[in-house]
Ligand binder design. Structure first.
Ligand SMILES: O=C(O)c1ccccc1N[C@@H]1O[C@H](COP(=O)(O)O)[C@@H](O)[C@H]1O
Length: 213
């Protein structure tokens, strides 16, 4: 069974609902342009109240909020993992101190060419997050699962694969069966509105991952 990461948590109510639904990992977005930005003091408060089993992931892409750029090593230590796209502006404290086993390199997987980019990171991190949004070539026999078949090819690198990209309670079971990821990662598919989670959608997502009705 893959681990379940619910990303874009912005409040204690949403964090609690995600935990109650059965999430294993919670993602906290540090990008100042995201509708799901969380500030350090709110993250501190939420992370202080979470059960010990929950893995906290800091999500970095683009313009890291100034408060996060200046945040202390002690606060960053509350992130069990850091997930990052190449365009992320790194806080100094992460650049210098982070263990590769706790880094999750995120990629947009849009086609075959991205597999070569991913190969170049093979020796650098142990976890790959694949944000799959790959339109199938014209006439492809299985357009609905083309992106997942690309994601499956990434297993050749022997990394932990975190599968993301438009997953919903309706699609996640097929994604799990197709790709067999280490973890699934969802944001928009379990939201009521941008930055606000829907408890019923989170519960349905978890049931679907587990293959329950
Ligand atoms: O969702 C954001 O705003 C965000 C901002 C910065 C880094 C990561 C972010 N979210 C990640 O987006 C993918 C796909 O999520 P979705 O389910 O397709 O909405 C996922 O990895 C999130 O962690």
């Amino acid at each position: 069974m893959p681990l379940i990461k619910i990303c874009g948590i912005t409040s204690w109510n949403d964090a609690k609902a995600a935990v109650d639904a059965g999430a294993d990992m919670l993602g906290f977005v540090c990008d100042e342009n995201s509708e799901r930005l969380i500030l350090p003091d709110v993250f501190y408060e939420i992370s202080s109240r979470l059960p010990a089993r929950i893995i906290c992931v800091g999500a970095f892409a683009g313009h890291t909020h100034p408060q996060w750029r200046l945040a202390s090593a002690e606060l960053f230590a509350r992130f069990h993992q850091i997930q990052y796209y190449d365009d992320a502006i790194w806080p100094e404290v992460i650049r210098e101190n982070w263990d590769m086993r706790r880094k999750v390199k995120a990629f947009h997987l849009t086609g075959d060419k991205d597999l070569r980019t991913i190969a170049a990171f093979n020796g650098l991190v142990q976890n790959f997050l694949l944000n799959v949004h790959a339109p199938a070539p014209a006439g492809h026999p299985h357009p609905e699962s083309y992106g997942w078949s690309l994601a499956r090819e990434v297993h050749q690198f022997g990394k932990r694969i975190y599968l993301a990209g438009g997953l919903t309670p309706e699609t996640v079971r097929a994604a799990v069966v197709n790709v067999r990821p280490y973890a699934v990662d969802v944001t928009v598919g379990v939201e009521a509105s941008p930055g606000v989670k829907d408890p019923a959608k989170m519960a349905a997502f978890v049931r679907a991952v587990r293959g329950e009705k």
